[in-house]
Ligand binder design. Structure first.
Ligand SMILES: [Fe+2]
Ligand SMILES: [Fe+2]
Length: 175
């Protein structure tokens, strides 16, 4: 079934908004574990968490300006993100970076698709997406650089990261 342009418009906005909230939770969870197990990672994770908080606020403003509704309870995305972030961080520092590299690559693809849609329908939203994409790319590249090659833990992290990102998006479309 083909969604109307209006429905696609608000769906993109609410998915990005909710998933940014989820991202704040993931980095918060990673940082919480890193503070006692891998303190050297704290500055990077704090910077990334700060970016996600900005992205969430930016898309909150856009939802209001465009009269689109947010997901029912954004706190659920935050809580789910924290749970995911803590569990993955407990699997080790490589797990943090591998998970980040995978999720940020998915985020990049989603944002590129959304940006393409908004280029045709709303240049203001498209510009906002292009702006946050720069941060997401930096997150992805930093995480990839810290998780080069292959390790056994990747076999566990990959399906978790993909499922987590998919669940976050699917729920945001429905709730
Ligand atoms: Fe983000
Ligand atoms: Fe990010």
């Amino acid at each position: 079934m083909m969604l109307s342009v209006n429905k696609q418009f608000s769906r993109h906005l609410r998915v990005i908004h909710a998933c940014e909230k989820g991202a704040t939770g993931v980095y918060w969870g990673h940082r919480w574990v890193a503070a006692w197990r891998y303190p050297d990672l704290v500055p990077s994770l704090t910077a990334m968490h700060g970016h996600e908080t900005e992205h969430y606020a930016l898309f909150g403003q856009l939802l209001a300006v465009k009269n689109s509704s947010q997901v029912g309870l954004p706190i659920l995305w935050c809580a789910g993100g924290i749970l995911y972030g803590v569990v993955t961080a407990l699997l080790g520092r490589r797990a943090i970076w591998k998970s980040t590299a995978i999720i940020e690559a998915i985020v990049e693809q989603e944002l590129l698709a959304a940006s393409e849609f908004f280029q045709a329908h709303d240049p203001q939203v498209s510009a906002a997406i292009e702006k946050i994409l720069l941060d997401e790319l930096q997150h992805k590249e930093q995480a990839q650089a810290q998780s080069l090659g292959w390790a056994t833990i990747d076999a566990y992290i990959e399906p978790m990261a993909v499922a987590g990102a998919q669940l976050s998006k699917n729920l945001a479309e429905k709730l």
